[in-house]
Design a protein around this ligand. Sequence first.
Ligand code: SF4
Length: 462
Amino acid sequence: MNDFDSDMAAGLLKKEGHEIVQDDDSADVILFNTCSVRQHAEDRVLGQLAELKGEKKKRPDLVIGVMGCMVENYKTKFFADYPHVDILIGTRSIPELPKAIETVRTERRQVLELAKTGFGYELLEMPRLEGKFHAYLPIMTGCDKVCSFCIVPYVRGREISRPLREVADEVRRLAEIGVKHVTLLGQNVNSYGKTVASGESVSADFATLLRAVSKVPGIEKIGFTTSHPEDASEELFQAIRDEDKISRRFHLPLQSGSDFILERMKRDHTLAEYRKKIDRMRELIPDIAVTTDIIVGFPGETDADYEATKKALADIQFDGAFIFKYSPRPHTAAARWEDSMPMDEKNRRNNELLNLQKEITKRKNQTWLGRTVKVMVEDMSKKSREEVLARTWQEKKVVFKGSGTLIGSSLRVRLEQVFDETYRAEVVSIPPPPRADHSGRPAKTGASSSSERAGTKEFQPE
Ligand code: SF4
């Protein structure tokens, strides 16, 4: 969601005649788009803000602004602690950004914009930066779950879905300006359609929305984030199975392998229920890559709870996992409970799970070697100007020889080697069969050609 906020802020400012620059020295406005989900992210922003104090003294006309969740979290406390900050813009007030900059410049005063009611600005049509092949698209805002560790419902508000017709129209508009890859965003996209915007009935669930977006000509790839196990449905798994454009990476946060901790986290499911969903997903979509989030050191986590999480990782065999150390967030239920586990022990658990997952990811990545898969080229490789960086439909990174003209193209490549989590590949010359099988196994229809078997190296975007 934060990437989307940044894109939208940049689009708004460009529309008002501002130019986006990447370094602080040439900028006359510096904006921080912030996240409050973890303490570490907040600490980094606060450190950078403190560093700008001297710069503001040297250049009093410099405008410094903070947007996003930290503003909702701290409100005017920012101005008290960081008086050199000029603008505070909450998560639902980003359209006010150009006006706020103007006010600071003309009236020389600080500006705070916090919308308390109404829909998130994500539900409005916003200017976009043209020339991009990928776009984020919020389909809903807020969250109605009450996970006891999570600050999101506090900073983003109640859950509201955007009508399907509006989402489909916006995807069509994006396709018209050259977007080929959309990522549908929401705190819990799986519950799309339960709470509607503007009194209009959404009359669709997330599976229906995905099927509708898949029909938009010009869109080649559709991703989504984030999911909640309780709302991940059979219909959703069937839609992914049926629609080739949908990404084959499913990120489904588990958080803990202990039912006791899951209950304290108010996650509304047990480990057994979670596993049942994963098993069904893998049964319906054999080429799916499943990733997860885990929190260690949650208040009350015993050795046995931790061992249960370790066992769950070993049993489920995720393709990847983000492992976090618990840190209390303000306004949450868990923040009122004793956070008594010493940091050394949290670090030990964190590192042990990271190492375990690293081995699992390595083993799983090896099983893809030799397969021919579809990829979308995203950028030039950071290590070589003669190579491009692409991602498979399982969102695994791949590099191969190619030029910048390939960015945004879909190709088929054969995975030859894997280093850490990045594959080296050779491009194969055939376009994918009409119904591409992202697993790399022979397609359901259409014979493989001799050029694929020979592995010729000419580029042929789809
Ligand atoms: S479902 Fe996700 S966003 Fe909503 S409260 Fe739980 S962790 Fe937070």
